[in-house]
Write a protein that binds this ligand. Structure first.
Ligand SMILES: NC(=O)C1=CN([C@@H]2O[C@H](COP(=O)(O)OP(=O)(O)OC[C@H]3O[C@@H](n4cnc5c(N)ncnc54)[C@H](OP(=O)(O)O)[C@@H]3O)[C@@H](O)[C@H]2O)C=CC1
Ligand SMILES: Nc1nc(=O)c2c([nH]1)NC[C@@H]1CN(c3ccc(C(=O)N[C@@H](CCC(=O)O)C(=O)O)cc3)C=[N+]21
Ligand SMILES: [Mg+2]
Length: 296
């Protein structure tokens, strides 16, 4: 039954659309600039950094990665953010999560100029998201990419019951906010949700979005027949292979649509990051862009 959602292909098409936008900006002497700060060596972050460096250059985004050792000080990172805020060639700033424990993640998020906050982590941007404000402001790239993907697949969440598992600021919470803005009824589940309640809600879900970092958390037997399944998880197994949070083999026959890992949400996150970077650059320079893709 399951039809694969080809995130890799959708991301490729989105990157092509972004490249058209950067070509237009280039005629006005504008090159979108993205600065990524990576502190320490989180494995999922390493994959993200590698893939986005590869993708950015191809679509005309000037990306730089600034790496710090795991014992870097908070002051060091905040000083770098201040420098990037003041640098006109930098339109977008991203600090990889998680940051090591000696660094206060909230301080870092609030230090980034909200106009350069490509992850949408600044309280001002989170507030705009929850206020369902019209107009352009950055929203976390993974949930935004998932909305683009659902739209591309013709899945309209209005009136649907969507279960989101995981409530991080990076994925679960902004995902729930976007879905609510699109008129879905959202159940947001997490570690403290009793197993029996999870079972009940998942069995009644039209769309299930899993972002926990627990390999194989959701199995096909738990899903409603025909459910749409979006797997955000990136888990590296001991044999080096990459798997999601959904047990793909059992879920695929039950789902109507399902994202693979790799090749699903991950490539969309990267393409959306580039899309958002270009939008921030256009905004920064007061240029209007035509958006061939749904902008949320
Ligand atoms: N493909 C992509 O583009 C991206 C992939 N990722 C991947 O997605 C996963 C989640 O990332 P992120 O949100 O940053 O992770 P976090 O660790 O920040 O959050 C995980 C969330 O899952 C919840 N959770 C953990 N275990 C369970 C469980 N057994 N049952 C129910 N809920 C549980 C936690 O609950 P509680 O709050 O109670 O602790 C928490 O809310 C990771 O594998 C990450 O690598 C992340 C970003 C982008
Ligand atoms: N501030 C911040 N923003 C993030 O968006 C963020 C972060 N920190 N920290 C780490 C997580 C993880 N994340 C990934 C994005 C893409 C892939 C990705 O490209 N995945 C490919 C992997 C392909 C491969 O190389 O094998 C795929 O799923 O097909 C993975 C992981 C973003 N994150
Ligand atoms: Mg510029």
């Amino acid at each position: 039954m399951g039809k694969l959602i080809d995130g890799k292909q959708i991301a490729k098409d989105l990157r092509a659309a972004v490249a058209v936008q950067t070509e237009k900006l280039a005629t006005q002497g504008i090159t979108p600039g993205l600065a990524v700060i990576l502190v320490g060596d989180d494995p999922a972050s390493e994959i993200y950094v590698r893939n986005k460096e590869r993708a950015a250059g191809k679509v005309g985004v000037n990306a730089q990665t600034i790496k710090y050792p795991a014992d870097a000080s908070e002051a060091e990172v905040l000083a770098k953010i201040a420098e990037l805020n003041a640098d006109d060639s930098v339109d977008a700033i991203l600090v990889q999560s998680p940051v090591p424990s000696q660094i206060d993640e909230h301080k870092v998020q609030e230090a980034i100029d909200p106009r350069k906050d490509v992850d949408g982590f600044h309280p001002e941007n989170i507030g705009r998201l929850y206020a369902n404000r019209e107009g352009y402001y950055p929203v976390a790239n993974t949930p935004r990419g998932i909305m683009t993907m659902l739209h591309h697949e013709g899945v309209d969440v209005a009136g649907k019951h969507v279960v989101v598992i995981g409530r991080s600021i990076l994925v679960g919470r902004p995902m729930a906010a976007l879905l609510q803005g699109a008129n879905a009824t959202v159940s947001l589940l997490h570690r403290y949700t009793p197993a029996s309640l999870t079972e009940l809600l998942v069995s009644e879900a039209d769309v299930v979005i899993v972002a926990t970092g627990v390999a194989g958390l959701i199995k096909g037997s738990e899903l409603k027949a025909g459910a749409v399944v979006i797997d955000v998880g990136i888990n590296r197994l001991e044999d080096g292979s990459l798997v999601g949070d959904v047990d793909f083999a059992s879920a695929e026959p039950v789902a109507s649509l399902i994202t693979p890992v790799p090749g699903g949400v991950g490539p969309m996150t990267i393409a959306t990051l580039l899309q958002t970077t270009v939008e921030l650059a256009a905004q920064h320079h007061g240029v209007a862009l035509e958006d061939p893709w749904q902008t949320i």
